[in-house]
Each structure stands twice: as C-alpha cells, then as structure tokens.
Write a protein that binds this ligand. Structure first.
Ligand SMILES: [Zn+2]
Ligand SMILES: [Zn+2]
Length: 150
C-alpha cells in the first residue's frame, strides 16, 4: 500500500536534486546529471589513457537515468555496444561519459563537468597499468585493478 506513495516521494526528491551541467570542448553536446554520484575514482588503465589522451581519467559513477543529454543528441558518437560504450562528441572528440555495468550506470568523465560535483575521486584504480612517466603524488588508496566493491 505504501510502496507507490514512497515511490512518489522518492521521485519528487530526485527532481529537486541539484543538477550539474557538463559539455564537450566545442559545446555541441550538453548534458545534465544529478549531483548524486555514488563513487568516483582515477582510472589509470590504458583504455582510459587512450580515450582521454591523459595520464589517467577521473570519473564519477551514477545510475544511467540520472544523466540526460540537453543538447546535441545527434552529435554523440558512440564507441562500443549499447550496454557498454564510450560517448564522445562527434565534432570535437571529447569523451563525455561511458555506459557501464550492462547499461545500468554511466561513468561521467569529470573533466567535462561545468559545475563542481560534491563527490571527489577517492582512489586510484588500475595502478598496475599506470603510465611509467606519471607519479601519483597523493595519499589516496591505490588498487592494482578494480577496487573492492563498496
Ligand atoms: Zn564537441
Ligand atoms: Zn580505465
């Protein structure tokens, strides 16, 4: 009996959640995402290095339905499968987010956020494949591959 009511309350609470905006380099693609990221990390794997052209990729994870494309849907270039892909701007190439975990989550490339999120990257992952020319200079925990769940 209370389930529907609880769902409605949750939905309205979600509607009021702070929204962050993000965009690609050229501005063709704009997205909005709730400031409710569940985790954030710096990934040092070679795929993230190549996708970003950087030493590592800071990313923040959230349920896929909490991110929406505000502008430039037709300018999204999808690299990968429906249930797991990187989404780039087709014009400037910015990596905006990745769809992961069988399509349930997105990993937002934090460098494309316009607004500052509440969350901060809390660990380094895939340090086992880190670029040898880059030195991690903070005290965050380091994991050779994936961090333990939770
Ligand atoms: Zn662009
Ligand atoms: Zn990675």
């Amino acid at each position: 009996m209370t389930a529907a009511w609880e769902k409605a309350v949750t939905a309205s609470r979600n509607d009021q959640a702070r929204k962050l905006s993000g965009k690609c380099l050229c501005g063709a693609v704009h997205y909005a995402v709730a400031d409710e990221f569940v985790y954030a990390a710096n990934c040092h794997c070679s795929n993230c290095r190549r996708a970003t052209g950087s030493a590592f990729k800071p990313f923040a994870g959230i349920a896929r339905d909490k991110l929406s494309i505000i502008k430039g849907d037709e300018d999204l270039m999808i690299f990968g499968e429906e249930a797991g892909h990187d989404a780039h701007c087709v014009r400037c190439g910015s990596l905006l987010y990745s769809v992961v975990r069988d399509g349930a989550y997105v990993h937002v490339a934090m460098g494309t956020l316009v607004d500052a999120p509440s969350i901060r990257p809390s660990k380094h992952i895939f340090v086992g494949s880190k670029a040898p020319w880059f030195t991690i200079a903070d005290d965050l925990p380091q994991y050779q591959e994936h961090a333990e769940p939770g």
